[in-house]
Design a protein around this ligand. Structure first.
Ligand code: HEM
Length: 463
C-alpha cells in the first residue's frame, strides 16, 4: 500500500545561511522558519554565522535546552527581538517581565490557571465549541476557513473567562484591535534582526501599538470600575481573581498597570495559539480520515448525548493524542528566543553575555536524533506505552522550566472540549487542489485557514 503523503513542512537550507543570504531571503519574503538550517534538525547546537553583533546559536538538544530553560534559566532573558516585537503592546506583562517583576507576577497569576479552578471556565469552552459547530453547519457551500472560526471560539473563551458576562464594552470592536496588533507585531522585519537601535522607525509595529493603546484604555477603565465593586461578584471571573491575586510570599498585589499588561498578555498569548492548535488538528484529521473516525467514535462513546464537561477531558485519550501530535508537528509558538545575561558553559562552549539562542521548537519536534519518522502524522506516539519512550526535551510545545506556558493546562482542556463539540456534529475533508503550507507569523499558521469542507455527521448525537 502507498505511504500516506507527509503533512506539509518547511524546507530548511542544508547549512546555516550567511548573513547576506539570510537578508536576501528575508527581503524576498522567505519564512522565518526556513532560516533554520537542516543541521539544527540533526545536531544539538549549531552556530549561525554573523558578521557583527552578538553570536547566534540554534539550540535543539535536550541538554542544551535544559541548561537554557531550566537549570540556569535566570541567566537567559527573553531576547531583545521578542521585546521589540511584543513590547510596545504587552510592556511588563508576564511574557516579557524579567527577574523580580516576573517572579512576583508569576507567583500571583499561576494559581489562577491551576486545573482545580477550571470548573468555572469549562462551561464557556464547551459553549464556544457548540456555537462554532452550529455556525459551521450553516457555512455557505459547506466550506469553512478553520482558523477564522477557531479564533472566534478561543477569543470568546478568553473574554468570557476574563470578564464573565459583564464586559461592559463591545467585544467584537476590541477583537479588531487585537487582530491589528497580532498582525502587525507578528511579522519580523529586516530591522528587527539586525542590532539596530529600537528607536529606528518601524511603522508596522507603531500601527500595532496604536491599536493597543485603545485596548489598554478600555481595560484600565474596566479594572478601576471592578476595583470599586470590591469583589462583590458571586462568581469571580479572571479579572476579579487578578485584582485579588496576592504574591503568596509577600502579600503584594498587582497594580492597575500590571493588571492591564496582563489582561492584554493573556488575550494575546491565550487566544491565537490555541485557535491555531485547533486549526492544525482539524487539518490533520481532515487529511487522515481513519484518525478522524476514531475520534468521532471515542466522543460518541464517552459523551453520548450530553455536552462535554471538564471530567470528560481525561476520558478522551485519542483526542488528546491527536492534539499532542498536532502540537508536535506544528508547535503554534515555533521558537523561543533567549539572550545570555552573563557567562555560562554549555558542553564545550563558553557562553558570553549577549550571546543569542534560538530554540526552534519546530525543529526539536522533528529532530532526526529524537524522533522516529519525524515528519509523519502518528498520534500513537503519544499512546501511554509509546509516550514513555519519548526522550526528555523532545516535546516542548509549551516551553520548559520556570517560564513554561502558564496557560498550558487551560489550553489543552479548552482544545479538547472544543474539538469534542465540533467533531461530534461535523465531519471534515480537505478542499481538493488546495495546497496548505505552514507560515510563521510569530505563531505557526496554516495558509488559507486552511479551507475545509464540512458536512453534518449522521447519528452523531448532536446539533
Ligand atoms: C496551544 C496553546 C498554547 C501554546 C502552544 C503556548 C505556548 C507557549 C510557549 C512555548 C511559551 C514559552 C515561551 C518562552 O519560553 O519563550 C508560553 C508562555 C506563556 N503562555 Fe502560552 N501557549 C498556549 C496557550 C496559552 C494560553 C491559553 C494562555 C493563557 C490564557 C497562555 C499564556 C502564556 C503566558 C502568560 C506565557 C508567559 C509565561 C511566563 O513567562 O511566565 N498560553 N506559551
Amino acid at each position: 500500500m502507498a505511504e500516506p503523503a507527509l503533512p506539509p513542512r518547511f524546507s530548511p537550507p542544508p547549512r546555516p545561511l550567511t548573513l547576506l543570504r539570510a537578508f536576501w531571503r528575508m527581503l524576498r519574503g522567505a519564512d522565518d522558519m526556513e532560516m533554520v538550517p537542516q543541521t539544527a534538525y540533526e545536531e544539538f547546537l549549531v552556530e549561525q554565522p554573523v558578521l557583527f553583533g552578538p553570536r547566534v546559536f540554534y539550540a535543539t538538544g535536550p541538554e542544551e535546552t535544559r541548561r537554557l530553560l531550566v537549570e540556569n534559566a535566570a541567566n537567559y532573558h527573553k531576547s531583545l527581538l521578542t521585546r521589540r516585537i511584543l513590547g510596545p503592546g504587552l510592556r511588563e506583562g508576564l511574557i516579557l517581565a524579567e527577574d523580580e517583576v516576573w517572579r512576583r507576577q508569576r507567583r500571583a497569576i499561576a494559581p489562577l490557571f491551576q486545573p482545580r479552578v477550571f470548573e468555572g471556565y469549562a462551561a464557556a469552552m464547551t459553549r464556544a465549541g457548540t456555537e462554532l459547530a452550529e455556525a459551521w453547519a450553516r457555512a455557505p457551500g459547506g466550506i469553512v476557513r478553520a482558523s477564522e472560526g477557531t479564533a472566534r471560539a478561543t477569543y470568546d473563551v478568553i473574554m468570557a473567562t476574563l470578564f464573565g458576562g459583564g464586559a461592559g464594552f463591545d467585544r467584537q470592536e476590541l477583537r479588531k484591535a487585537v487582530d491589528v496588533y497580532l498582525d502587525t507585531a507578528g511579522r519580523l522585519g529586516v530591522l528587527d534582526l539586525a542590532p539596530t537601535p529600537s528607536w529606528l522607525p518601524r511603522p508596522r509595529i507603531r500601527r500595532g501599538a496604536r491599536a493597543v493603546a485603545g485596548l489598554r484604555d478600555a481595560f484600565r477603565e474596566m479594572t478601576v470600575a471592578r476595583r470599586a465593586q470590591r469583589g462583590a461578584s458571586a462568581t469571580p471571573d479572571l479579572l476579579d481573581r487578578l485584582i485579588a491575586a496576592e504574591d503568596p510570599e509577600t502579600g503584594a498585589r498587582l497594580d492597575d498597570e500590571a493588571i492591564v499588561d496582563n489582561i492584554l498578555t493573556l488575550i494575546v498569548a491565550g487566544h491565537e495559539t490555541t485557535a491555531l492548535a485547533l486549526a492544525w488538528s482539524l487539518h490533520l484529521l481532515a487529511t487522515h480520515p481513519e484518525a478522524q473516525e476514531r475520534a468521532a467514535a471515542e466522543i460518541r462513546e464517552v459523551l453520548g448525548e450530553a455536552p462535554a464537561r471538564l471530567a470528560d477531558v481525561a476520558r478522551l485519550p485519542w483526542l488528546k493524542q491527536v492534539l499532542n501530535e498536532a502540537l508536535r508537528l506544528y508547535p503554534t509558538i515555533p521558537a523561543a528566543l533567549r539572550t545570555a545575561a552573563g557567562p555560562d558553559r554549555l558542553g564545550d562552549l563558553e557562553i558570553r553575555a549577549g550571546d543569542v539562542f534560538i530554540i526552534p521548537l519546530y525543529a526539536i519536534h522533528r529532530h532526526r536524533r529524537l524522533w522516529e519518522n519525524p515528519d509523519a502524522f502518528d498520534p500513537d506516539r503519544f499512546s501511554p506505552e509509546r509516550a514513555a519512550r519519548i526522550p526528555k526535551g523532545a516535546f516542548l510545545p509549551f516551553g520548559a522550566g520556570p517560564r513554561i506556558c502558564v496557560g498550558a493546562s487551560f489550553a489543552l482542556t479548552e482544545a479538547v472540549l472544543i474539538l469534542a463539540e465540533i467533531l461530534r456534529r461535523l465531519s471534515f475533508a480537505p478542499l481538493e487542489g488546495v495546497e496548505v503550507r505552514p507560515l510563521t507569523r510569530l505563531s505557526l499558521k496554516p495558509t488559507g485557514g486552511p479551507p475545509l469542507r464540512v458536512a453534518p455527521r449522521a447519528a452523531a448525537g448532536g446539533a
